[in-house]
Design a protein around this ligand. Structure first.
Ligand code: ASP
Length: 310
């Protein structure tokens, strides 16, 4: 059954005109991660690759395509976690880099810390030789239009809390049974400068532990943090629930307790996986046993054979 990789492209509402590009984006990302797993690569390499591909795709709220903060700037959060050792790395409110997930991995691999923020994260990126990119290269016309539209009295609180297009994340289990997760986001629309969401917080935006599995989350970050959603789901799995049942239980608790909507991708160490959400939609894709599965509405599960000839 192993290996497996599952990705999401954000919980919320996917506008009709963007659903095709979002579905194609998660499929390409899951294929990228799966190729690494099939070649014997680690779960950690697979999730970083899948999330990097999604950060580079302007259809998603991460890397290029990130939503803007209230001042019109891009500040991004990202995390990675390795279920072998519980090593984890994160960056928050980081600017001017294309791939925050890769920087989060460097925080994990090259420092004794778990999270670096804002200017300190940028300084670390420079020290690691990561090229700075102009902010303009991360901002799409769509992101700027939504920022403008939601400034001032015309602001739509639902749109600001629950993005229309999403944060990205991935979970994987490799052929050796190692679990990993990665999550990356521009955050929520028109957030205050310096706001840090769940994505940079280990246990909220994601968690991976070889003994239980891995989770990557998306949704209203403030609500996700209140219930430490990723760790809550793994707790339910430790108590014997399946990946799907534990994901549903965590999402239901979050809705009932703090009224927040979210979505998750979850795997257990045997390779059972789930893509579940309480929001209207979440674009997701999974690859396992040479098959690609994907969906966007609750109950969807379309399947294709992964054909290596193209
Ligand atoms: N969880 C992200 C945040 O609050 C947003 C999202 O997943 O859409 O920063």
């Amino acid at each position: 059954m192993l290996p497996v990789v599952v990705v999401h492209g954000g919980a919320g509402v996917v506008p009709r005109e963007r659903s095709d590009v979002s579905c194609k984006g998660v499929q390409a990302a899951v294929r990228g991660g799966y190729t690494i797993l099939r070649e014997g690569g680690s779960a950690l390499d697979a999730v970083v690759e899948a999330v990097t591909l999604l950060e580079n795709n302007p259809a998603f709220n991460a890397g290029c395509g990130s939503v803007l903060n209230v001042k019109g700037d891009v500040e991004m959060d990202a995390m990675v976690m390795d279920g072998r050792t519980l090593a984890s790395g994160a960056v928050s409110a980081v600017r001017n880099i294309a791939n925050p997930t890769q920087l989060a991995r460097l925080v994990m691999d090259k420092t004794s810390h778990v999270c670096l923020t804002a200017g300190g994260a940028s300084e670390f990126a420079r020290a690691m030789g990561i090229q700075e990119v102009p902010q303009e290269s991360l901002i799409t016309d769509y992101a700027r239009m939504r920022w403008k539209k939601n400034l001032g009295p015309g602001a739509n609180p639902v749109e600001s809390q629950m993005g229309k297009m999403g944060t990205v994340g991935a979970v994987a289990v490799d052929a050796e049974g190692n679990a990993a997760c990665a999550t990356s986001t521009g955050g929520i629309l028109n957030k205050m400068e310096g706001r840090v969401g769940d994505t940079a917080c280990i246990g909220s935006g994601g968690y991976a532990d070889n003994k239980v599995g891995a989770v990557s989350t998306t949704g209203h970050g403030e609500a996700i943090m209140k219930v430490t959603l990723a760790r809550l789901i793994l707790f339910h799995m430790e108590q014997g629930m399946s990946a799907a049942a534990a994901s549903d239980a965590g999402l239901a608790y979050m809705l009932e307790r703090v009224g927040g909507l979210a979505g998750v991708v979850t795997v257990d160490p045997q390779g059972h996986w789930a893509a579940r959400f309480s929001s209207l939609q979440m674009v997701w894709a999974a690859a396992q046993n040479q098959k690609l599965h994907y969906g966007i509405y609750s109950g969807d599960q379309f399947t294709q054979v992964i054909d290596d000839t193209h």
